[in-house]
Design a binder for this molecule. Structure first.
Ligand SMILES: [Zn+2]
Ligand SMILES: [Zn+2]
Length: 150
């Protein structure tokens, strides 16, 4: 299972578009960081992205990767998926979606559901503030880990 070529292209095009709009300068290193994320389905954390990009772009520094991720997030090209403990994980899938998280291996799967998109928000939430988005996180044991257990 991998992100389809067409989807990666679509994501790269979104980056190019943002850069053409003049909001962001398209540098080689930025492109490589984004490409890494555009093709990743496992919602990698910043360190993993750095390690992978470094294989293709040995000159890139950890600092550059971290800063680039923050910039891409500011531009709405990636978002941070708050998953399990602390470590921010990045996601280039900007379509509204939900997550299945394996509590054993930490793998994250995206899934889509109209029903969950329209989740009724309890009225009591209004006292906390205005809701801007809602995302469902399902936790469990993924098929792979379940197989290993038997
Ligand atoms: Zn698993
Ligand atoms: Zn996701």
């Amino acid at each position: 299972m991998a992100v389809s070529k067409a989807e990666i292209e679509r994501r790269m095009e979104r980056l190019a578009q943002t850069c053409r709009g003049g909001r962001l300068k398209l540098t080689h290193q930025r492109m490589e960081v984004f490409r890494e994320l555009a093709g990743a389905e496992d919602h990698p954390d910043a360190e993993t992205i750095y390690q992978n990009v470094r294989r293709r772009v040995p000159a890139i520094s950890r600092d550059t990767v971290y800063r680039t991720l923050a910039t891409l997030e500011e531009q709405g090209l990636v978002h941070k998926a708050e998953i399990l403990s602390g470590r921010g994980r990045y996601d280039a899938n900007m379509e509204h979606h939900h997550h299945f998280i394996c509590t054993e291996c930490g793998r994250v799967h995206d899934f889509y559901s109209r029903t969950l998109d329209d989740l009724p928000i309890p009225r009591s939430v209004a006292s906390f503030g205005r809701v801007e988005s809602a995302q469902v996180q399902l936790r469990g044991i993924c098929a792979n880990c379940a197989k290993g257990k038997r």
